[in-house]
Design a protein around this ligand. Structure first.
Ligand SMILES: Cc1cc2nc3c(=O)[nH]c(=O)nc-3n(C[C@H](O)[C@H](O)[C@H](O)COP(=O)(O)OP(=O)(O)OC[C@H]3O[C@@H](n4cnc5c(N)ncnc54)[C@H](O)[C@@H]3O)c2cc1C
Length: 473
């Protein structure tokens, strides 16, 4: 019998499996797909390789959470520092998000002049620095006692940032500047949404500040596509079962039995990396089903529509662009497209002279449910994203070698989830209402972007570290 069975090989599942293996536990990691990484994986299509969703690695820096977990695993990723982290294109306004404050600020202030700019961006910068200095908070919500204990661990954070936690980001920013023009608002909303995964009216200013400041921290490009990072990180995990979807889990007094369509496995403890909204389906036990049922309402249906392109070009491109247009795109919920290019020297992902491009826009998974309109909608959004990207990033149509798209439905088909971007930390859904890494069921745990702490590499890794603490290993 295994010590741990980890179901799902996303950022959360693969990291905790690698961490537990490094600590000497016997672990089996299950993944439905042939490749590891989930939203943060890469895949091949007609001989070209693409990152599936995530394209940036934040938090791999001394004193930051991703580096801390990788170091504990004994893993060094093959990465390139990317600076500017993003180049924001808003028609003629180009704002590179350089790591160095003054270098970024010069562009920002030229594009969006405002007397309060320096005070605002310094505040954002300082909240970010202060937040990453705070340590020691942890989160458990299996019972009232644990909830209270973990809330106490958050007291230093709550005290330090209380004035930014109680107010919604939209009101705070509006009041701070005494009014902003539409273009500047579009810039702020689009930049915040990449990290917070929610509009400024729904989140507090603390979350908005951490989101706006993420480019002041180091960001890395991962060489060879994200799945190669997962393969390297999990190389010492005792057993990895790919193409193995866990369909049912039965809990006994001292262990769990996990079933794929043709095999059964036993483990003392189970860690689920499936979304918290879907996990109840894996159990017949009504107590466990009910535990997960209460979180189904947190599914905000936010999702992504993807455009993948391979181009042959001798031009130089940055790693990441955010293109912001004036209006929300059809069948989407945003005005902004995030476009990532492979590194010019990364021949593992694209041969010399070629680039692999992964572009995404926020959408709502419910827009893609009607089978009758699905194809036409997909074509319409694909075409408009294609034209916009070519125009704004200056790619010629003759340079495009292949182009295809994916919707929420595609994600559901491959990685069992149509909600993407995880459980946004909104004013309504703040501590202590977040699903935790522990559950009310003995030896059953969760990890991933729909439970503590939030989405993205840094958010999920905070959950991994929290889970390590809860497991006391
Ligand atoms: C378009 C897009 C762009 C993004 N960009 C970035 C970015 O640039 N930087 C960043 O830090 N973050 C980014 N994110 C967010 C980040 O990718 C996710 O928050 C993170 O990868 C989620 O990890 P997870 O641990 O929740 O696992 P998931 O990615 O949800 O993976 C879960 C895995 O479990 C498997 N699985 C599910 N059920 C079962 C089962 N029953 N049996 C076996 N296997 C199962 C799935 O196949 C999947 O592989 C992006 C997300 C999207 C969608």
């Amino acid at each position: 019998m295994k010590d741990f069975a980890v179901v799902g090989s996303g950022v959360g599942g693969s990291s905790i499996a690698a961490l537990l293996s490094a600590k000497g536990f016997d672990v089996v990691l299950f993944e439905k797909e042939p490749y590891l990484g989930g939203c943060s994986s890469s895949f091949s299509h007609r001989g070209h390789t693409y990152n599936t969703g995530a394209t940036t690695l934040a938090g791999y820096e001394d004193g930051f959470i991703v580096k801390e977990v990788f170091d504990a695993i004994g893993f060094t990723p093959d990465v390139v520092l990317t600076d500017p982290s993003i180049v924001v294109i808003q028609k003629s306004k180009i704002t590179p998000r350089y790591k160095e404050f003054e270098r970024f600020f010069e562009h920002l202030n030229k594009n969006f002049p405002h007397a309060k700019n320096r005070a605002f961006w310094e505040l954002v910068y300082n909240i970010n620095r202060e937040f990453y200095k705070l340590n020691g908070h942890y989160y458990a919500n299996a019972n009232l006692f644990k909830k209270i204990k973990s809330l106490i661990s958050f007291v230093p954070l709550l005290v330090k940032f209380q004035s930014y936690l109680r107010v919604d980001a939209h009101s705070f920013i509006e009041e701070f500047f005494g009014g902003l023009d539409k273009e500047y608002w579009d810039f702020l909303e689009s930049q915040i949404r990449i990290v917070a995964q929610a509009p400024t009216k729904e989140i507090n200013f603390f979350t908005a500040a951490i989101s706006l400041a993420y480019t002041f921290n180091e960001n890395h490009y991962v060489k060879g596509g994200f799945s190669s990072l997962f393969d390297a990180m999990t190389k010492d995990v005792q057993e990895i079962q790919t193409k193995s979807e866990i369909l049912n889990i039965v809990g006994y007094k001292e262990y769990f039995e996990l079933h794929t369509k043709d095999k059964s496995f036993t483990a003392k403890k189970v860690i689920l990396n499936a979304t918290v909204y879907e996990s109840g389906k894996l159990f017949s036990d009504s107590k466990i089903k009910n535990y997960y049922k209460k979180y189904e309402k947190l599914d905000n249906h936010q999702s992504s529509f993807m455009l993948y392109m391979s181009i042959k070009s001798d031009k130089a491109f940055h790693h990441h662009y955010q293109i912001i247009e004036d209006e929300i795109f059809p069948h989407a919920i945003s005005k902004a497209i995030f476009v990532s290019f492979s590194d010019v020297n990364d021949e593992q992902i694209a041969p010399k002279g070629y680039y692999s491009i992964t572009a995404s826009i926020h959408t709502d998974s419910r827009f893609w449910e009607d089978a009758r309109s699905y194809k036409a909608q997909k074509k319409e959004l694909e075409d408009i994203l294609y034209k916009t990207i070519l125009k704004r990033v200056k790619i010629e149509a003759c340079e495009v070698v292949e182009c295809f798209s994916a919707s929420s439905k595609t994600f559901k088909h491959y990685i069992n989830r149509s909600q993407l971007g995880g459980n946004a930390i909104t004013m309504k859904n703040f501590l202590p209402f977040l699903p935790g890494n522990d559950t009310s069921v003995k030896d059953l745990y969760n990890v991933g972007d729909t439970v503590y702490a939030a989405q993205g590499w840094s958010g999920v890794m905070m959950g991994v570290k929290n889970l390590q603490r809860l497991l006391d290993v």
